[in-house]
Design a protein around this ligand. Structure first.
Ligand SMILES: Cc1ncc(COP(=O)(O)O)c(C=O)c1O
Length: 444
């Protein structure tokens, strides 16, 4: 059987080996039989999922270390980490393997990039009042990091407010453009842009390539894409996107065990003084090497990345691209089934969905605060055994008309999901509506 070439948008290729016998439904079910099968888990987005074959492979790495730690440290760790990094380099079409570091999670990657920005303020390369731009929908910990590292160093933070529901990329581009202009008032400069590739809540695929280009045109110094949800979910191509920094978790949509993420740092003369926040003996040897040893700990989640492809992902037709395309189609189909049953609407058109979609919930449920949304999520877990996050937003007025939908469920689709998971959700909400339930009856 010959290898297949996956062509990226910029013409570069990644080689995958198609399997003669694609994985069967029974084999997929066996790979996830450790899940609590009483729960309809339509929330892959929050914590991802790891198949049984990868859990076993990870345990082999753990055993290798425990059997002969000294040999492992001196002979195995560095070359194996390089193998994982080389594989990621090829998957994301980075130019050089030195541009790829493996870290625990997106939160750590954010700390690395933003601490670098802090040092630029302290060294007076950046001046007090210079701006950082990020989406209002940026993930909570990312917003806190911008506060902790940029605002405390003297930077001004501009949040780009986006409407929701969204109907087109143009709405995002227009708002982002306004924020870039605002950042340049009074002679200040925009030093940092943090752009989500896929926002978490509400979940929307952002036209990241266009926004990066706009930042370049405006001379933004540091362009950082938070793609925490991206690899395994949408096309991720470093040369095509063109950011200075890009991170994606591997434990969300790439079937890695928790926790592993990559941080891409574009090779450039501008970027030195980039360090892992945990300083170890490798300090000063380059971020990728620093990140490969941050003290004694379990590195198995990072070392098992090649097996994720060999033992699991490549058993699917089309490999990771095939998986993400089918997940996207399925989540849109399920979202459309739900809005039809509930008489509501999608939060974005299908082309702005990844393997996650925002599904409007019936207004009569009375979701009138963030706390209501959280309480309803808990109620669905406890009473109906459904795991799904719910987003609240105040009912907006559009062209004089109030849109009554205040709650949107973020549904995910991953290979282990079945149509019954979504039917259970559909029927639970219909029951709540028929019972005249409202969030007001839920206690804290
Ligand atoms: C957009 C976004 N950024 C960052 C993170 C943080 O990821 P982690 O908790 O794995 O560090 C998340 C987590 O869901 C996220 O959705």
């Amino acid at each position: 059987m010959s290898s297949a070439q996956l062509r990226h948008e910029n013409g570069a290729t990644t080689t995958t080996k198609p399997k003669p016998n694609p994985i069967t439904g029974t084999e997929i079910a066996a790979e996830f039989s450790h899940h609590d099968l009483t729960v309809a888990r339509i929330n892959n987005g929050s914590f991802g999922s790891c198949p049984a074959s990868i859990i076993s492979a990870q345990q082999q790495w753990q055993l290798q270390f425990l059997q002969q730690p000294d040999y492992f440290y001196f002979n195995t760790l560095k070359p194996s980490m390089l193998k994982s990094r080389t594989l990621i380099q090829s998957l994301v079409n980075a130019e050089n393997v030195d541009e790829i570091s493996i870290v625990d999670n997106a939160t750590t990657a954010v700390a690395i990039v933003l601490q670098h920005v802090t040092r630029s303020f302290f060294s007076s390369d950046f001046r007090p009042g210079d701006a950082a731009v990020m989406l209002h929908y940026a993930y909570g910990s990312v917003k806190k990091s911008v506060q902790a590292y940029v605002a405390r160093a003297g930077g001004t933070v501009i949040e780009v407010h986006l409407p929701f529901p969204l109907s087109s990329n143009e709405e995002i581009i227009t708002e982002f453009d306004k924020a870039l202009k605002m950042g340049k008032t009074n002679g200040a400069r925009i030093r940092l842009a943090v752009i989500d590739h896929i926002t978490s809540m509400p979940s929307v695929v952002i036209p990241v390539k266009e926004l990066v280009q706009m930042c370049r045109n405006e001379g933004v110094d540091v362009i950082f894409v938070d793609g925490a949800h991206a690899i395994g979910n949408v096309e991720v191509d470093m040369r095509d996107i063109g950011a200075d920094f890009y991170t994606s978790n591997l434990h969300k949509w790439f079937f890695s065990p928790p926790s592993a993420a990559f941080l891409y740092c574009k090779k450039s003369d501008k970027v030195s003084d980039l360090h892992h926040p945990v300083v170890s003996v490798e300090y000063g040897n380059g971020l990728a090497i620093e990140s490969g040893w941050i003290g004694t700990r379990d590195y198995s989640a990072q070392l098992v990345i090649p097996e994720v492809l060999e033992l699991f992902v490549n058993r699917f037709e089309g490999g990771i691209e095939g998986i993400r395309r089918r997940n996207h189609d399925k989540v849109v189909e399920m979202a459309e089934m739900l809005v039809k049953a509930w008489g509501t609407e999608l939060g974005t058109p299908p082309e702005m969905c990844s393997s996650m979609a925002m599904v409007g919930m019936p207004a009569c449920l009375g979701i009138s605060s963030f706390s209501d949304a959280l309480k309803l999520r808990t109620h669905l877990r406890v009473t109906f055994k459904i795991e799904v996050p719910i987003y609240y937003r105040a009912a907006p007025t559009l062209e004089g008309k109030v849109n009554p939908i205040t709650g949107y469920a973020r549904i995910s689709h991953q290979v282990y999901n079945t149509i019954e998971d979504y039917c259970r959700f559909r029927d639970a909400i219909i029951k709540l509506v028929n019972d005249a339930f409202t969030c007001a009856v839920l206690s804290n």
